[in-house]
Design a protein around this ligand. Structure first.
Ligand SMILES: Nc1nc2c(ncn2[C@@H]2O[C@H](COP(=O)(O)OP(=O)(O)OP(=O)(O)O)[C@@H](O)[C@H]2O)c(=O)[nH]1
Ligand SMILES: [Mg+2]
Length: 494
């Protein structure tokens, strides 16, 4: 039985067991429906970390309002839907539609007379390819002076006994590694079931272009910092990966307009030294050294590109980028968006079923605990968690990263890769090219199996290291089975 089957089975059993409790039945039904829905990824972080801008970059359209505004203080869901639609869900009372208004290409959300505090959430339906597999959830900034807002986000991300977590995975944005960021990450580390894994979190160094005061090599520095953070003890056990992204550059690149290209081309024609000097500060740039582009255009460019973006774009045009499409591609490439999308695909997309199963088990676990497991379902939940090899792999991955299990250094990287740390496909786990021939996959899987079987017998290893090796042996057996019978997929409880 696959993990998804097992979870459906236990949920169906729970529905029958709790049939006399309408609220629980409702909660369990929603978990069943949720298993088939797109993955829910929440974007969290401090106030002004660039959350809404990055969401827009991922969608490829300005759907999430940025900067001030009442609606940035409400948890807002962006789902794929056939027609644009905005619905607000007050804490008390029924849902109410809001008008869909676009101004200057951006969606405007006007709450009317309703204060943000009275809302539970906003749900925006938007036809967008990028929202098909993933529903994105924009959350208000945490650790703000307005603690009401951060409470709302914390409540949303950290389930309590009544309301299990709504997000399957979290993208945590930070401008610099800050104590409060680590504490926050720590606080939403898995609770209860499937504990001690950072399986559902990816950290992002956001507004990465601002690192190094907007110098042309800013993204290079930001990537170096991300690489360092990946091995930082404070972060290693808390998230799957760390990437650096300039969300503003990515979003503007994906929505670049002809008029902007024209204005940037005019700027690129200015003497390089005077433009470089003007780009040292917004004030200087607005004052400008020539009348073209106008102050209004300059202001709009700063808002859309940032000083770094203007510097990169003009330098690309000077070097021969001739069309808006070519410039747009370059900006997106430099923004780091592609790397983030790749990481999201590997860490979240490929683990969709696992993350969904985990969310459902968390919800069921909270139901079971609420009545002290009076109806005896706790053991079934535990059995899935203990029996599903997918969870064992994640626990081990997390233990290796946080130092909870130690293996000799040369084995660690190989173990992390085999466990799916860089991707779940058999070839990736074995460190082979994705198009490696079948026979090579099989041979490598077999060699890995023999290797970890031998390690599991290593008398120098303590009990935890030996257990880790046995988990890896099972992983190799699974990879070998998938190499031999590619259609079989991952199974549990073998
Ligand atoms: N230079 C630069 N500025 C950015 C970037 N991302 C966002 N900003 C700017 O930072 C400000 C805040 O961006 P938002 O996307 O609204 O940030 P947020 O985290 O959603 O803010 P709240 O919802 O209010 O907490 C805006 O003025 C953005 O233009 C970026 O990658 N680079
Ligand atoms: Mg926002």
């Amino acid at each position: 039985m696959t993990l998804s089957h097992a979870v459906r089975h236990v949920l169906a059993g729970a529905l029958a067991t709790y049939g006399d409790q309408p609220r629980t039945v409702d909660l369990l039904r929603r978990q069943l429906v949720r298993l088939d829905e797109p993955l829910r990824v929440a974007i969290a972080g401090k106030v002004k970390a660039g959350k809404s801008t990055l969401l827009n970059a991922l969608v490829g359209e300005a759907v999430a309002p940025t900067d001030a505004g009442e609606c940035t203080r409400v948890v807002t869901w962006y789902r794929n839907g056939p027609n644009p639609r905005i619905v607000m869900y007050p804490k008390d009372g029924g849902p109410a539609p809001l008008p869909v208004v676009r101004r200057d290409g951006a969606l405007e959300i006007d709450l009317g007379a309703t204060p943000a505090e009275r809302l539970d959430r906003l749900v925006v339906d938007w036809p967008a390819q990028s929202l098909r597999a993933t529903t994105l959830i924009d959350t208000p900034g945490v650790a703000s002076i307005n603690s009401g807002v951060s409470d709302r986000t914390a409540r949303f991300l950290e389930p309590d006994d009544d309301t299990p977590t709504e997000a399957d995975a979290v993208l945590y944005l930070m401008r610099h590694l800050h104590v409060a960021d680590a504490e926050f990450l720590e606080s939403f580390r898995d609770q209860g079931v499937a504990r001690a894994t950072a399986v559902n979190t990816v950290a992002v160094i956001s507004r990465a272009d601002e690192i190094g005061a907007g110098r042309l090599d800013a993204m290079f520095s930001a990537r170096a910092i991300a690489t360092r953070y990946r091995t930082e003890p404070a972060l290693r056990g808390l998230c799957q990966n760390v990437v650096a992204v300039a969300g503003l550059l990515a979003h503007t690149g994906r929505t670049l307009r002809q008029a902007e290209f024209v204005a940037l081309t005019a700027l690129a024609g200015e003497p390089r030294e005077s433009l470089d000097a003007a780009l040292l500060s917004t004030d200087r740039f607005l004052r400008g050294s020539s009348a073209d582009p106008s102050v209004e255009t300059r202001r709009a460019l700063v808002r859309r590109f940032g000083l770094f973006g203007i510097r990169v774009a003009t330098s690309l045009i000077r070097q021969g980028t001739r069309t808006p499409a070519a410039l747009a591609d370059e900006l997106v490439t430099r923004s780091g968006l592609g790397e983030l999308q790749r990481v999201l695909q590997v860490q979240f997309g490929e683990r969709r079923d696992l993350l969904k199963a985990r969310s459902a088990l968390l919800a069921l676990d909270s139901v079971v605990r609420a009545d002290g497991d009076a109806r005896g379902l706790g053991r079934q939940v535990e059995r899935i968690l203990a029996g599903a090899h997918e969870f064992a792999e994640l626990r081990l991955l997390s233990a290796l990263r946080s130092g909870g299990v130690t293996l000799p250094a040369p084995l660690v990287q190989e173990a992390e890769q085999l466990l799916g740390g860089t991707g779940s496909a058999p070839a990736v786990r074995l460190g082979l090219p994705e198009d490696a021939p079948h026979e090579e996959l099989r041979r490598a899987a077999y060699a890995a199996l023999r290797h970890w079987q031998a390690q599991a017998e290593n008398p120098m290893f303590g009990r935890r290291a030996a257990d880790a090796c046995r988990t890896l042996v099972r992983t190799c057996e699974g990879v070998l089975a998938r190499a031999e019978f590619p259609a079989a997929g991952a199974t549990m409880g073998r």
